[in-house]
Design a protein around this ligand. Sequence first.
Ligand SMILES: CC(C)(COP(=O)(O)OP(=O)(O)OC[C@H]1O[C@@H](n2cnc3c(N)ncnc32)[C@H](O)[C@@H]1OP(=O)(O)O)[C@@H](O)C(=O)NCCC(=O)NCCS
Length: 220
Amino acid sequence: MLVPDLDGLLPAEIRTAIAPIGDEVAELLAGERELIERSVASRRREFAVGRVLARQLLEKFGHSSFPILREEGERLPAWPSGIIGSISHSGDLCMAAVGEASRFQGVGVDLEPDEPVQQEIERAVLKDHEHDWVSDAGADERGRRCRMVFSAKEAVYKAFYPTTRTFWSFQDVLMSIDLEGRRDTGTFVARLPDGAGRDSIEGRLVQRGGWIIAAVAIFR
Ligand SMILES: CC(C)(COP(=O)(O)OP(=O)(O)OC[C@H]1O[C@@H](n2cnc3c(N)ncnc32)[C@H](O)[C@@H]1OP(=O)(O)O)[C@@H](O)C(=O)NCCC(=O)NCCS
């Protein structure tokens, strides 16, 4: 499988890792394993590679063999004190990003196949000028553009959720995507709902190797 690189996606102080989903279940630490012992095999595998990648990144910040459990009552990973992070998996690929909370309020990543979404997803995800941006692309491209909007909104949500602890629907965030940057890299600006602590946030999006990857870092 072609594993896309993550160059230019996030600020250099945030470390990232990406890998195919193999069978890393045996590498789960005590505590982590219990979180997925009743899950189906595919879920156990995606969970395990996420933990393994995230723990490799934590090593770079001085946290060795730290079991990444979940925050109480949430699916949210419980990072070590002073650390922010995000995990995403899709199909047979997984990625993780980790940084320092002294520098960043949060980070969010989202990995999606670079494939069109179904029409009903389009209706749920898009609002206002997003419809025009997607339609301007023409029939072949519109579903993939919608996937970009979807992915960017998920990355934004994941970056803010640890602070806001509030559900945002896809209609709560307004996305403006600019693909005119480097060859395979776009930028986006998301207008945020009340309670986010700021009006907007910028992020990046890459289309590489059959994948769309969106990422947001919230600087303090
Ligand atoms: C939380 C959510 C964004 C995860 O996205 P997903 O496409 O299901 O799956 P991904 O593989 O990309 O991400 C899953 C990982 O995100 C992390 N995660 C789970 N809930 C999270 C949350 N509330 N905030 C941040 N990260 C979260 C976990 O690490 C999880 O993997 P793990 O369970 O193996 O640890 C999604 O399930 C969701 O609830 N979406 C609805 C809200 C939304 O996206 N709104 C967008 C408008 S802004």
